[in-house]
Design a protein. Structure first.
Length: 256
C-alpha cells in the first residue's frame, strides 16, 4: 500500500485541500492526528512486542482483558453493547488496550489532536485514509446499519473501518471512527503496510512543521477547536483554561 505525503503549514491551507481538492477524488475521508510520527498501530500491539510476537499468548490475553472488562463494566453502565465489537469500542473509549485505532471525520479535530501535545519545535503529523463510499466491497462496518452480533473482531483477516453507535457524548463530538486491525503471522501490521478487508483506500500523511505547531494550536482554539469542544467535560474545561492562561501569560489578557 503506497502512501502519499504532504505538508500542512496553516489551518487555511489544510481546509482548502480537504474542502476543495480532496472531494473531487473521494467522498469518504477519515483523519488521525499524532503528536509524534509513530506507526499506525493499536494500543494492544505494544503487548505483542512485549511478548515477542507470540500470537497465541497475545490473543489469549486480549480475550481475557475484554472478557474481564465486560464482566466488571456491567454494573457501571446503563445501556449495554449488543456485540463484542461494541464492547471493544467502549473499552477503547475508556483507555482499554484493544486492536482499535481512533480516527475522526473532522479534519480540524485531527489537527487539534496532532498539535495538542506536540513537543515545542518538533513535527506533528495528520494521517488520512480516503475512498469512494460506493466502491465495490468497501471494508466498512457500521453498528447502525448492520447486525454485528456474529462479527468476531478478534478473528479478522484484514483491516476494517468501523463506525460505532454505542458511544459517549465525547466520541460523538469528535465524530469518531475506528480501524479494526488483524493480527498476522508476524504480529500486528501498521495500517500503511497492511491490507484491508475490502477495497484499498488511499493513505496520505501530512507533516506539520514544528515551527508552526504553537501558532496552529492557538489558531484552532480561536475558531472553537479545543479540548472543551472535543471532550465536553469539566476536566477538558480546566485543561483548556489552564492552557489558555499559560499562552496569554497575563490575567489581563486572559480576562479580556
Amino acid at each position: 500500500m503506497g502512501t502519499n505525503t504532504g505538508e500542512i503549514r496553516s489551518v487555511e491551507d489544510f481546509l482548502n485541500e480537504e474542502l476543495e481538492v480532496a472531494p473531487a477524488q473521494f467522498d469518504f475521508r477519515l483523519y488521525r492526528g499524532q503528536a509524534v510520527d509513530w506507526p499506525l498501530l493499536p494500543k494492544i500491539a505494544r503487548g505483542a512486542e512485549e511478548l515477542g510476537g507470540s500470537k497465541s499468548e497475545l490473543l489469549k490475553i486480549e480475550s481475557r482483558i475484554l472478557t474481564s472488562f465486560r464482566r466488571r463494566a456491567v454494573q457501571l453502565m446503563d445501556t449495554l453493547p449488543e456485540s463484542t465489537l461494541g464492547w471493544m469500542t467502549v473499552g477503547q473509549h475508556h483507555g482499554l488496550a484493544t486492536r482499535l485505532l481512533d480516527w475522526t471525520e473532522n479534519p480540524l479535530a485531527s489537527l487539534w489532536f496532532a498539535v495538542r501535545n506536540a513537543n515545542p519545535g518538533e513535527d506533528a503529523v495528520v494521517w488520512r485514509i480516503a475512498m469512494t463510499r460506493y466502491e465495490e466491497d468497501p471494508p466498512i462496518v457500521q453498528d447502525r446499519t448492520e447486525d454485528l452480533s456474529a462479527f468476531d473482531p478478534l478473528n479478522v483477516n484484514g483491516t476494517w473501518i468501523y463506525k460505532p453507535s454505542h458511544l459517549a457524548n465525547r466520541a460523538a463530538a469528535q465524530e469518531s471512527w475506528f480501524t479494526l486491525h488483524a493480527y498476522g503471522d508476524r504480529g500486528f501490521v501498521p495500517l500503511k503496510e497492511g491490507r484491508f478487508a475490502g477495497s484499498e483506500p488511499a493513505v496520505s500523511k501530512f507533516t506539520i512543521p514544528g515551527k508552526v505547531v504553537r501558532h496552529m494550536k492557538w489558531k484552532l482554539s480561536q475558531i472553537g477547536v479545543h479540548d472543551m469542544a472535543l471532550f465536553g467535560d469539566l476536566d477538558a474545561l480546566s485543561h483548556h483554561l489552564n492552557w489558555q492562561y499559560k499562552e496569554t501569560n497575563t490575567w489581563e489578557d486572559f480576562l479580556s
